[in-house]
Design a protein around this ligand. Structure first.
Ligand SMILES: [Zn+2]
Length: 265
């Protein structure tokens, strides 16, 4: 399914393999002044290209290389001849077929490889200018786009959930904390996230996420200092593994969340 919601001249496009948006299987792309930010998963790639037919698409930016953000690239390039930009570290990854866990194949599908160009420090459309903000906590190549003049931050997969319970191995949770502080200090008026969350006046929410993550990180460090293993630390903090671990072949897990706090130790 494709569903779109306008926020002034930003068009949120909600993409999901299933007929109804299902939590954990939905990703949002955003169209603003001809710039499409992210292109969603493989299962909605052709439908997104169809949807863009009358939208005056001029260019595309991928916030990072994950399979649920890049999969319509090739279709959009073939259909509209648009240029696609991605963070420099993502370029070679987007140009090959990724290895996916079974749950990723099930929910998102394999993206067709595409040729993209490295993003520079900013990108402009006819009306707007966007700064590229490196936010490498989610994955090393992850960026946000910030339209400073209008206070609009397109945050990709930067974590905005209030209750952190699970991470994937590529995440660096202390870095995510730095990323969150960095975007908070930009004073955005509105955040548009790839999870679909659109938040006005987001500072209180960002502060809550920072507090929740920081609290967990501090406990992890303390228990690690006492000699506990990541599994033991996870059990002390969360009691038991998060249900999402089973659904994702343990890629998303609370134990990984602990490990993602210990990467710098
Ligand atoms: Zn991601």
């Amino acid at each position: 399914m494709i569903k779109s919601i306008p926020y002034e001249d930003v068009l949120q496009t909600i993409l999901c393999k299933y007929d109804e948006p299902m939590p954990g299987a939905v990703v949002s792309a955003y169209l603003v002044d001809g710039l499409l930010i992210d292109t969603g998963p493989a299962y909605t790639a052709e439908a997104l290209a169809d949807f863009m037919t009358d939208k005056k698409l001029t260019c595309v930016v991928n916030t990072h290389h994950h399979e649920d953000h890049i999969a319509a690239n090739k279709f959009l390039q073939d259909r509209f001849g648009v240029e696609i930009f991605a963070p420099a570290l993502a370029v070679s990854k987007i140009n090959q077929t990724p290895e996916l866990y079974p749950y990723q194949e099930e929910v998102w599908g394999y993206p067709v490889p595409s040729i993209v160009m490295p993003l520079r420090k900013s990108i402009s459309t006819e009306k707007y200018h966007f700064d590229v903000i490196p936010t490498p906590g989610h994955d090393r190549d992850h960026i946000c786009l910030f339209d400073a003049k209008n206070g609009r931050l397109f945050s990709g997969d930067l974590f905005l959930g209030i209750k952190p319970v699970a991470s994937r191995p590529m995440e660096d949770n202390w870095q995510t904390l730095e990323d969150l502080k960095r975007i908070r200090d930009l004073n955005p008026k509105t955040i548009y996230s790839a999870s679909g969350l659109v938040v006005s006046d987001p500072k209180p929410r960002i502060d809550k996420v920072i507090s929740a993550l920081e609290e967990i990180g501090n406990i992890v460090n303390k228990l690690h200092g006492q000699g506990l293993t990541p599994l033991q630390i996870m059990e002390k903090i969360f009691g038991k593994e998060a249900p999402i671990a089973e659904r994702t072949q343990a890629q998303f897990s609370s134990e990984n969340m602990v490990k993602c706090f210990l990467k710098r130790v």
